[in-house]
Every structure is written in C-alpha cells, then in structure tokens.
Design a protein around this ligand. Structure first.
Ligand SMILES: [Zn+2]
Length: 178
C-alpha cells in the first residue's frame, strides 16, 4: 500500500486506478461547495469542512479475478436545526461506506439492498467532493436534537387586529383587482 496522498476534491478521479494500486487518498472539502447539503443545514456552512479518506483496493473473487472496491470515510460537524428547541445543534458525522466499483448501475434487487457494500458506477472518473456530499446527505439524522434542551417558549400572541390577518390582506388585494 502506498502512503496516504492528499487530493483536490474537485478533480475527477479514476477510482478503478486507485483500487488497482491499493491507494489511500485523503482531503478536505468545504461544505460551502456542497449546495445540496447546504440546503439541509440550519446555518450557512461558512468555513466548515468535511474531512475524508478514500481507500481503493482489489477484492479477490472466488472464481478468480478481482473486484475493485473503494472505502470512503467522511467526518464533519454539521449545523442542523434541533427539532425540540429549534436552535442550531452541532451534529458530528462519522460515516463509512464501502463501494463495489461497477460499470453499470445494477437493478435494485433485494440482494443489492442487503449487500454490505454499495454498487458505485465508476465507468467515468468521479468527483470526490460529490461523493462526499452524497455520503453526508445520507448520514443526516432524521430528527436532529440536542441531548438536553427545552422547547421554545410559546410565542407572544400575534397582533389580533383584523387588518393584519392574511385573510384581510387577501380581501384587500382582491378588491383592488376588481
Ligand atoms: Zn435543542
């Protein structure tokens, strides 16, 4: 195995080549460069980064030959919205995924769903930042929450004057249109 190399996350990488040389690469990716993930965050990502390593390897197949594999680990702290107090909760993510590098995406069979590794189409070079972003999105907790916090206090009663209600505003808009 070669020493760990650091790699720019925006350059497409031939994962099969990494697997063939048993390479381990690592890098950092700015969360601000991940628009799909940023949409799920409670705060702007600012200078936050995800740290990742990718280890390519060849798995010997029982019938001879080998299957190229890639193991990705991703670590980051994501600012999510606590579903109890509605403030920011710093959610640590530490995810590992094992990919089986394939040419063609397989059908989603039961066997495929239960496999401990995941098929990843690697017929073209892969941008690691996008792979890391996918992994972080998959790792998002369904209900992010502080270990201990209080729900927010009930809001002050809203202005009850009839003019302020959305219906009153709608009524006014309608009457001006006519
Ligand atoms: Zn909370």
């Amino acid at each position: 195995m070669t020493d760990e190399e650091s790699l720019a996350d925006s350059i497409p990488v031939d994962l099969r080549a990494l697997a063939r040389r048993d390479a381990r690469v690592s890098g950092r990716s700015a969360l601000a460069a991940m628009p799909r993930l940023a949409a799920a965050l409670h705060e702007a990502p600012g200078a936050r980064q995800a740290q990742w390593t990718l280890h390519g390897s060849l798995r010997a197949l029982p019938g001879g030959g080998s299957q190229p594999m890639a193991e990705l680990t991703v670590r980051a702290v994501l600012p999510l919205q606590c579903q109890r107090c509605l403030r920011t909760v710093e959610e640590p993510i530490d995810e590992r995924a094992l990919f089986r590098l394939v040419d063609v995406e397989p059908e989603l069979s039961d066997e495929e769903l239960e496999a401990e590794d995941e098929a990843l189409c690697a017929d073209a070079p892969v941008v690691l930042r996008e792979l890391v972003e996918d992994q972080l999105i998959l790792a998002l907790p369904l209900v992010p929450m502080h270990a201990a916090c209080e729900p927010p206090a009930a809001p002050e009663p809203a202005d009850a004057s009839p003019d302020a209600s959305p219906f009153a505003v709608l009524q006014r808009l309608r009457s001006t249109k006519r």
